[in-house]
Design a protein around this ligand. Structure first.
Ligand SMILES: C[S@@+](CC[C@H](N)C(=O)[O-])C[C@H]1O[C@@H](n2cnc3c(N)ncnc32)[C@H](O)[C@@H]1O
Length: 214
């Protein structure tokens, strides 16, 4: 059990504050390399919310590192607090506008998996331009992923699913691949639990980054 002072210190360390917001970071500026873990795979959760998925995945994979991007400070703080409480050293939260981080901040070629789970669907047609999955976002994600890196996407919004999958495939930068339920452990997200309890249908897609544009 951490003392209150230790908890404050550890929590602060889990709320990531980049050394520079105006250049791409090196992976080791987010999580230090250690002799035991010289090149741990780095995974990104875009719009991690309260972090239920991110924290469970980090707990299941101490050999990997996890960074959650979240625009709401209260949610990012909650993730950091829970990471500290659970003693997880391989997860951090960054309060930021994720398109900015994906374009300017995260290490090119440094990401093993990017999770985009239940992004805001912006259901009204006049707001559709606010949806994250756009052609430029696909290029940015591809630049971040290692060759063979994965982009995992889930939504409860049928129209967004169709549109996003079409946009990702039209980019020519990713190959869609099967995602069977027993493929690898994949915790439910906080919103997913809520949508499932309400009887909503969830759609999922899994893409592998091509080594160069097709
Ligand atoms: C519908 S919630 C899903 C949260 C989580 N992925 C889940 O499934 O439980 C969408 C989350 O994305 C965050 N978000 C929306 N736009 C964002 C942006 N531009 N950058 C970072 N986070 C964003 C919201 O604040 C919210 O926490």
């Amino acid at each position: 059990m951490l003392s209150p002072e230790e908890l404050v210190r550890v929590r602060a360390a889990r709320l990531y504050d980049p050394p520079d917001y105006f250049r791409p970071l090196h992976k080791t500026e987010i999580f230090s390399a250690t002799p035991e873990r010289p090149d741990a795979p780095l995974e990104i959760d875009v719009g991690c919310g309260d972090g239920g998925f991110l924290l469970d995945l980090a707990a299941a994979h101490p050999e990997r590192d996890f960074l959650g991007l979240e625009k709401l400070l209260g949610r990012a703080r909650k993730v950091a607090r829970q990471a500290a409480r659970r003693g997880l050293t391989n997860v951090k939260a960054l309060q930021i506008d994720s398109p900015y981080a994906v374009r300017h901040l995260l290490p090119p070629g440094g990401i093993s998996r990017l999770h985009l789970l239940f992004p805001d669907p912006w259901p009204k047609a006049k707001h559709a331009k606010n949806r994250l999955v756009q052609p430029a976002f696909c290029q940015d994600v591809h630049r971040l992923l290692r060759p063979g890196g994965e982009w995992l996407f889930k939504t409860d919004h049928p129209e967004y699913f169709t549109e996003a999958v079409a946009t990702i495939q039209a980019s020519g930068l990713f190959t869609a691949t099967h995602w069977p339920a027993d493929c690898f452990p994949y915790p439910l997200t906080d919103f997913e639990r809520q949508w499932l309890a309400e009887g909503k249908t969830i759609q999922s897609a899994r893409f592998i980054a091509t080594s160069r544009p097709l």
